[in-house]
Design a protein around this ligand. Structure first.
Ligand SMILES: Cc1cc2nc3c(=O)[nH]c(=O)nc-3n(C[C@H](O)[C@H](O)[C@H](O)COP(=O)(O)OP(=O)(O)OC[C@H]3O[C@@H](n4cnc5c(N)ncnc54)[C@H](O)[C@@H]3O)c2cc1C
Length: 380
């Protein structure tokens, strides 16, 4: 059978794209390496995403509107989101739900590790390591196969920058750590991460604790161990997980009859490492552009243009923030001090929840600008 579209990778980006394509009547196949895959992930998603994709309440284990940011010297800033919350999901359930939705829309879901993709006339021939699966033929291809995308390699897309590695451990609640069960805590502390941050995310029956750092520069396991010690946890984790995060969009993620979405395209924001939102949004934008291309002949690269138009300012702003404030502990101390400001919190959270840059009145902008300058001079 020849499919209209083959989606490689059944994470959030691929599952969303496959559901939309199948729903539009295109013959669609989703090929996932391991249908029981548990993607290493904190699973924090903004309210705006939950609303847009109509995610069922039972998937969102916690709705958290309180956060704490901790500085290198141990200064703790309380932060509050009056207009929304961060939703906590568990990837094994979340991904399965999204793949089921794709199946219900009419997409064929298959298990197999894609090992090669070849062009043959106006088709792609996709081979997997699953002996029982014959080669798959498709007219179009969507690479949704994560940070180390095989699709991107096989189709010669420009490289992904895989600079950050992140590790996370899951701890079942004990009386000693119960106090973290209703609040997100973020640690800006060079001992926990010299160039990123550490997080404590509460789930229904466990805490997810993790940290990230630039790959090869620091030992992620040692950083994670120190983080857990600093929090004061003596219990053993029941799961260790780690993966790379691509925090820069590829130079191009649209090709000839092929596009990349989600991590495969490098769509994770710097500074906060948020990728689920951009995976699902790029899955949706990519699928809609592909449908328009197939049905009406519109250029396929409208997908990439639209994505960049919507989100390039956010990627740019967060890249600047990370490169300015994550350099050393004095600057991190200043960063946490700035986070104490009510206006900074309001602007940050409003932008986070719906991914729209929220303009602030001039007086507030000037105040925040002056605080930044003051703290930058102090921190340097
Ligand atoms: C430790 C950690 C914590 C994170 N925490 C958060 C967070 O709290 N919030 C947030 O928004 N983001 C977080 N992220 C980022 C987020 O996990 C990713 O951005 C998101 O999963 C991207 O979704 P995706 O569908 O593009 O790719 P993925 O979720 O990586 O899915 C790719 C899929 O492709 C499959 N696949 C790979 N290769 C092949 C192949 N050759 N053939 C077939 N299938 C293949 C994989 O099995 C996988 O299911 C975190 C990342 C890490 C590493």
């Amino acid at each position: 059978m020849r499919y209209d579209v083959a989606v490689i990778g059944g994470g959030p980006s691929g599952a969303v794209a496959a559901a939309i394509l199948a729903h539009a009547g295109l013959e669609t196949v989703l090929v996932e390496r391991n249908l029981d895959n548990v993607k290493p992930c904190g699973g924090a998603i903004p309210l705006g995403l939950i609303e847009e994709f109509n995610l069922p309440a039972e998937l969102v284990e916690k709705k958290l509107s309180h956060m704490r940011a901790r500085s290198p010297k141990g200064r703790v800033i309380g932060m509050h989101m009056p207009n929304g919350y961060v939703g906590m999901v568990r990837r094994e359930r979340f991904d399965r739900y999204l793949r089921d939705q794709a199946g219900k829309s009419g997409c064929e879901v298959m298990e197999g590790l894609v090992s090669s993709i070849d062009r043959q006339g106006d088709s792609f021939i996709i081979k997997t390591l699953n002996d029982k699966l014959p080669p798959i033929e498709a007219r179009y291809i969507i690479g949704a196969d994560g940070a180390n995308s095989k699709t991107a390699d096989q189709l010669h897309f420009p490289p992904n920058e895989l600079k950050v590695i992140a590790m996370q451990q899951r701890f079942r609640y004990t009386p000693a750590i119960e106090k973290f069960s209703d609040i997100v805590e973020i640690w800006f502390d060079g001992e926990v991460s010299p160039d990123f941050y550490g997080w404590i995310f509460p789930k229904a029956d466990h805490l997810a604790i993790g940290t990230g750092t630039e790959d090869h520069k620091h030992n992620i396991k040692a950083l994670q161990k120190r983080f857990v010690e600093k929090i004061g946890i003596t219990a053993r984790p029941y799961l260790d997980e780690a993966a790379k995060i691509p925090m820069k969009p590829r130079r191009s993620f649209t090709g000839d009859r092929a596009i990349l979405i989600g991590d495969a395209a490098g769509l994770v924001t710097p500074a906060n490492g948020e990728g689920i939102f951009f995976a699902m949004r790029s899955g949706k934008l990519g699928a809609l552009a592909l449908i328009d291309h197939i049905k009406n002949g519109s250029p396929l690269d409208l997908y990439e243009k639209e994505f960049r138009k919507l989100y390039a300012p956010i990627f740019f702003g967060l890249e600047v923030l990370q490169s300015v404030y994550y350099r050393n502990d004095r600057l991190r101390e200043s960063f946490v001090a700035i986070c104490a400001d009510d206006d900074v919190q309001r602007i940050t959270f409003d932008s986070y929840l719906y991914k729209k840059m929220v303009p602030a009145p001039w007086s507030v902008q000037m105040k925040i600008f002056s605080k930044n300058i003051y703290h930058l001079l102090k921190g340097s």
